[in-house]
Ligand binder design. Structure first.
Ligand code: 6PG
Length: 489
């Protein structure tokens, strides 16, 4: 097939790259993959479905010469320097109008710089977030593209073909691909970063429920499987609950225990959760459940210190004295509440970033793209979709009336769980951060007037009043003399 021109090229044939390419081929596209390692290119070709057109090559010029113009190629290589090295190799081989896609989890600021740099060379560069892991890549991932709309239009048919498909609720067209144009510049990588921040939060919340169920109630792995499977059969149905239920069934092949009990309690992190927290601080937009999830992974990494502290303080894993059935129901409601709050924080962050960073992120589309194929897919996305349908400008999910009704019905159980867990010495940072966020967000008046008074007292930082316009400063150590400074402070 020497004269074939290929529709799409992939740089980096790790499992994600190969699977995505094979997925494209299954949808009728002619694809070519590049990897230096001949084993990888051979595996790619031998894994192709019979009758599909898939080729592997071991040099970049070979691949570039065989691509349809404008060339469309994606790299799936580790974030950071490897992305820049590939770009440097590609530049002399490409022509005006060609499209380079970074499908990895790159930092959005890096993506912004690369877009600018490649624009000068008349090349399109797109940051596209891809979620769903290895299986998702092969069978249908959730795809979050952003950047140059012209370039997006060129790759849209391929992305739509390979993306996960979801059936939307009655009244809307069914079988929608989980991909949409999600905004300017680095919006694709920004949305994927926030997706991962929510992913961190949801995983942390589930792990807190596991702790209370396992250590507080004494449930064994079979019972844990049943609880999470039951939760996954209800309104919280989600990919993460589904895999959690599965995990408790897995036996270890190196011991007589369940595998989950043999896994060291140190969570890894590749950085996207931390980036979400950093970017939220920069906006600023409060996302405390996500922050706590990042922080708990960091605490988990301090294994040696935790052992020392454990030996010093001898904390007890106390049995919680609440009826099993009641505690499980309370935990269910607490998890549901905190899960909604986690999405609310992430989506509020996207809403703020959309304006502040001029990315024009269409939130209803983000929700649709997240409703299938990705790690945070959940039945709850339907509810969020409805909220944004009613009000596409919704600043925070908590301001939707239907969601408010649901949260109000679960609030008491979240409060009970946080109180019970804390009084029994269980760390529930994610659940309590969600409750504190909610309690603060829903208060018209916070005690922050005092902070303003303190700032003005020690640093003349000024304050606003509740009864008069303008900016005020008080000389706090002189008897109640208030000086009006309309400007300049
Ligand atoms: C996805 C995942 C994927 C990856 C995470 C893991 O959407 O498919 O988010 O991108 O599994 O980046 O992140 P950590 O290693 O930081 O947990």
């Amino acid at each position: 097939m020497a004269d074939t021109l290929y529709d799409f090229g992939m740089i980096g044939l790790g499992v994600m790259g190969s699977n995505l390419l094979l997925n494209m081929a299954d949808h009728g596209f002619k694809v070519i993959g590049y990897d230096k390692n001949p084993d990888k290119t051979n595996t790619l070709e031998s894994s192709a479905t019979k009758g599909t057109i898939v080729k592997g090559v071991n040099t970049l010029p070979e691949m570039i010469a065989q691509l349809q113009k404008p060339r469309k190629l994606m790299m799936l290589v580790p974030a950071g320097n490897p992305v820049d090295s590939v770009i440097a190799e590609l530049i002399p081989l490409l022509e005006e109008g060609d499209i380079i896609i970074d499908g990895g989890n790159s930092h959005y600021i890096d993506t912004l710089k690369r877009i600018g740099f490649l624009k000068e060379k008349k090349l399109h560069f797109m940051g596209i977030g891809i979620s769903g892991g290895e299986q998702g890549a092969r069978l249908g991932p959730s795809i979050m593209p952003g950047g140059d709309i012209e370039a997006y239009k060129e790759v849209e048919p391929i992305l739509k073909a390979v993306a996960a498909k979801v059936n939307l609720p009655a009244g809307q067209a069914g079988d929608q691909p989980c991909v949409a144009y999600l905004g300017n510049d680095a919006a694709g990588h920004y949305v994927k970063m926030v997706h991962n921040g929510i992913e961190y939060a949801l995983m942390q919340l589930i792990s807190e429920c596991y702790d209370v169920l396992h250590n507080g109630l004494g449930l064994d792995n079979d019972e844990l499987h049943k609880v999470f499977a039951a939760w996954n059969n209800g309104e919280m149905k989600s990919f993460l609950l589904e895999i959690t239920a599965d995990i408790f069934l897995k036996k270890d092949d190196k011991s007589d225990n369940s595998l989950v009990d043999m896994i060291l309690d140190k969570a890894g992190a590749k950085g996207t959760g931390k980036w979400t927290s950093e970017a939220a601080l920069d906006l600023p937009e409060p996302i405390p459940t996500i922050d706590m999830a990042v922080m708990m992974r960091n605490i988990s990494a301090l294994k040696e210190e935790r052992i020392q502290a454990n030996n010093l303080y001898h904390p007890e894993l106390k049995r919680i004295n609440v009826l099993k059935k009641d505690l499980i129901q309370q935990l269910h409601d607490a998890l549901l509440f905190a899960t909604i709050v986690s999405y609310a924080q992430g989506l509020a962050m996207l809403s703020k970033a959309s304006t502040e960073l001029k990315m024009d992120i269409p939130l209803p589309e983000v929700i649709r793209v997240w409703s299938g194929g990705c790690i945070i897919r959940s039945a709850l996305l339907n509810l969020f979709g409805k909220a944004f349908q009613k009000n596409p400008q919704l600043q925070n999910l908590l301001l939707d009336e239907e969601i408010a009704k649901l949260l109000k019905s679960k609030q008491e159980n979240l409060t009970s769980i946080v109180t019970t867990a804390l009084s029994n010495d269980y760390p529930v940072s994610g659940l309590s951060a969600s409750l504190n966020y909610f309690n603060a967000y829903c208060r018209e008046k916070l005690p922050t007037n005092l902070i303003q008074a303190q700032r003005d007292y020690f640093g003349s930082h000024t304050y606003e009043r509740i009864d008069l316009p303008g900016i005020f400063h008080t000389d706090w150590q002189q008897d109640e003399k208030t000086v009006d400074h309309p400007s300049g402070y």
